[in-house]
Write a protein that binds this ligand. Sequence first.
Ligand SMILES: C[S@@+](CC[C@H](N)C(=O)[O-])C[C@H]1O[C@@H](n2cnc3c(N)ncnc32)[C@H](O)[C@@H]1O
Length: 333
Amino acid sequence: MSIVAGMDDEITATPGGPTPEATGHRPVLLHPLIESLQPRPGQTYIDGTLGAGGYVAAFLERVHPGGRILAIDRDRTAVDLSRRRFTTTAVTAVQGDFADLESIAEAHRLGRVDGVVLDLGLSSLQLDDPVRGFSFRFDGPLDMRMDRRDDITAADIVNGWPEADLTALIRTYGEERFARAIAASLVRSRTERQLTTTTQLREVVERAIPRRFWPKRIHPATRTFQALRIEVNHELESLNAGLQAAIRIIRPGGRLGVVSFHSLEDTIVKNALHVAAQNCLCPPQQTHCTCAHRASLLLLSRKAIKPDAAELATNPRARSARLRVAERLDDAR
Ligand SMILES: C[S@@+](CC[C@H](N)C(=O)[O-])C[C@H]1O[C@@H](n2cnc3c(N)ncnc32)[C@H](O)[C@@H]1O
């Protein structure tokens, strides 16, 4: 296919930054996603999590000619990269939160679409950039903002929140059994010196968890970093809002595909899809329906789709990925 130069004027590309090849990001569960959504020439899709553009590239090939993709990411780096990678008017890259996908679509003159994809979490672009502070593998500032226009960083939370709130955060969003010990240790450390780097945070967590309880497959700081990242970016609130917005904007017969990476995300996706696939939400003991809730989705797979052995062999990051897909039902049911 030929890709012609063209840019919408909302965001201009900045020179420099990583090329697609240099991002090292491998799209996860791409083949089952494409098989489930079946993009065709002339169709319009929203990718709410543009990242390094792996999904956009695959969808673009299939919706050509005449198709269109609105690609959204909270992270400016992803948008700038997309501008350099996709020099076609068929792709519109916009910085924003997928929770706002309806207003973003409206601003770009899109009505109902043939499908929406969400590939949650972080891209390698973000994880492998020390300056972003997402990873304990590198020394960097304790930032973790996907959208660097946001006010609150991970350092603000770690240095400013009361111990009880830190405990609750690390326990709830990190699913961390040593949350109380980690929070106490953070508060002790910060009274001596503010915590400003990923290394400081990593070391505090390492000290707070007795070595014999360190998890086998992940670093002991993984869960604490996850908890902070979720809070800094209001990830679960955005996910709830984004799923509802996606269900509303997909045309009847169109499809939704969501890839999640941990149980908190997958539980939200599973529940939202299951509720939207129900014809009645009345309590089971009630003999007749009074809720007037009607199904807006048909689940295309009861269980989440997992990566196969071949994908796991080439992409360890796919290990915890789960894909759920659903089809939009008619409005008047
Ligand atoms: C796993 S990556 C997506 C990778 C992409 N599918 C690809 O193939 O390159 C997730 C991306 O979603 C973005 N993101 C996460 N939550 C978001 C939200 N609420 N709104 C918009 N973008 C979000 C992140 O900034 C990140 O770039």
